[in-house]
Design a protein around this ligand. Structure first.
Ligand code: 7PJ
Length: 270
């Protein structure tokens, strides 16, 4: 999943039109590089970022969905606002990726009637405040799983088919940078609700503080660390990795997949 941020702070500040042109070019590039999905986000959710008004988010996201709809790649929309969800689905979005886990009033209703995919993410607190205090958990993996189990139960009770649902432990969202995030990565499969077959896990660690904290590098220089994290997540069962650096991640995952296939075919040594 390639990340497409449509926010003035991540693209040129030459107005809506320039921002959209940049975003379209970036989406095309990620598709050429091998992204299987594009995740469009119109609101920066980095810690402390101010919320974006509804009209502004719609203005950023909806025209892009309309323009990318029909390109040969599923479109995900990163939003927690029910009205954006509704309008995105009309415009042709395939998946709604909600960092709020469909907890906003009206969110479940906004996706229920469509046949879109859902990504349910764990977050402790809210984007504006989640990293201000010390995030506290008794046992982080179990608590994240319990939250995701509860949210999935709500969605299932609303009549949403299990095949539409994926889950995400929410790296960086109300987690102690090293302690909690790496505990979640270490036991990634255990963060998902216990179910057979399991719900697909989405992992988003690209360029986040958890990479910066151990490499000592600022966000633009976290590519290698992020690629390592993506491979380690795949190894631990992630079905989808949400990344900025598509070409590098695709290459790394090809090497990982070749090794996995060889190991599967080799069988036990006698
Ligand atoms: C995530 C996300 C993530 C999912 C963001 C950033 C912050 N959606 N949206 N999982 N992160 N599902 O990319 O740094 O981890 S925005």
């Amino acid at each position: 999943m390639g990340i497409l941020n449509v926010t003035p702070d991540s693209f040129s500040d030459g107005g809506q039109h320039a921002m959209r042109g940049d975003a379209l070019r970036h989406a095309e590039r990620m598709m050429l590089e091998g992204a299987d999905m594009i995740d469009i986000g119109g609101e920066s959710t980095r810690p402390g970022a101010p919320p974006v008004p509804l009209d502004e988010e719609l203005e950023r996201v909806i025209p892009l969905i309309e323009q990318l709809h029909g390109a040969n790649v599923p479109l995900s929309v990163d939003t927690y606002k029910p009205e954006v969800m509704r309008r995105a689905l009309i415009a042709g979005a395939d998946l709604i990726n909600d960092i709020w886990g469909f907890r906003m009033p009206g969110a479940v209703e906004a996706v229920r009637e469509s046949n879109c995919g859902l990504c349910v993410m764990h977050m402790l607190g809210e984007p504006q405040t989640m990293q201000l205090g010390e995030p506290a958990y008794g046992e982080v993996v179990g608590e994240v799983r319990q939250f995701l189990e509860e949210r999935v139960a709500v969605l299932r009770q609303a009549g949403i088919a299990r095949e539409r649902i994926s889950v995400d432990p929410g790296f960086g969202f109300g987690k102690a940078v090293v302690e909690h995030n790496y505990a979640l990565l270490a036991r990634l499969a255990d963060t998902a609700p216990r179910a057979e077959p399991p719900y697909p896990i989405l992992a988003g660690m690209s360029r986040k503080s958890m990479i910066g904290a151990v490499t000592g590098r600022p966000a633009p220089e976290r590519v290698a660390g992020s690629v390592a994290a993506a491979v380690l997540a795949a190894e631990r069962g992630a079905a989808i990795v949400r990344v900025h650096d598509v070409a590098q991640t695709v290459d790394a995952l090809k090497v990982w997949a070749a090794l996995r296939d060889a190991a599967n075919h080799a069988g036990p040594r006698s």
